[in-house]
Design a protein around this ligand. Sequence first.
Ligand code: SAM
Length: 269
Amino acid sequence: MTVVPPRKSLGQNFLTDENIVSRIVRSAALTKDDTVIEIGPGQGILTRDLAEAAGSVIAIELDERLVRHLRETLGGLPNLRVVSGDALAFPYESLPGRVKVVANLPYYISTPIITKLLDAHDKISSMILMLQKEVAERITASPGGRDYGYMSVMVQFHAQAESLFVVPKQAFTPIPKVDSAVVRLSLRDAPAGVSDPAFFERVVSASFSKRRKTLKNSLKNSVVMPPDKFGLMMARLLEAGIDPSRRAETLSLPEFVMMTEILFENRGL
Ligand code: SAM
């Protein structure tokens, strides 16, 4: 049963399975000291349990019809604030302390919202996210596999990423086309030591820019490579044990960090 006709364009597939709701809330290991940010509360199936387990909940919903419904049905909960608006525009950086994010995400914004939340990594201690199964597989992938790419490295740079469980499409109404999976991201207090995190992102992005090409080919003429330093950089990588004729998808996170530091230190020589 849905209280409003679902809007496909807003990724509205509502969870109906109470057992999955309990598993998601348990996975967040909430206490009364926790503030939870819920993105896309929808009809509030997770929201009530989150408010029961946490100290406070901020639930951000874009659809005004659902905001009204949430305020009518859950407005009595003193520790719940329903925010009407776009979760992509919420100022996570200005939160007073570290929060836990729990969300059955609207899949059309999974990548930008995860990127935005990782940008605010100082303000988030963990995230329990329901995602399209393929996206969950990419985020938790290990080097060498077909799912390992830019998103795997960028997420794992900021967080330890674990896949918790798969949720079949029948657990939602309307039934979506794809299965889902729940992942836990435990944010690192200090992401693996790089001198300049923005440069790290550019290196990872350049490395994966030409799928199935060698690092050498991907990095050549890229924004992280001064043309006159190319030979020197390749030599330094080789000395450090990173063969530039490898492909980006074979590099571990520590190797990406090491490569970034080599490129960073030698870029102005
Ligand atoms: N949490 C509910 C549940 O589990 O049944 C709803 C999940 S549904 C997959 C995604 C929800 O995100 C919808 O309620 C949708 O309206 C909302 N939404 C979509 N885009 C949003 C955005 N940019 N910011 C905040 N909420 C959004």
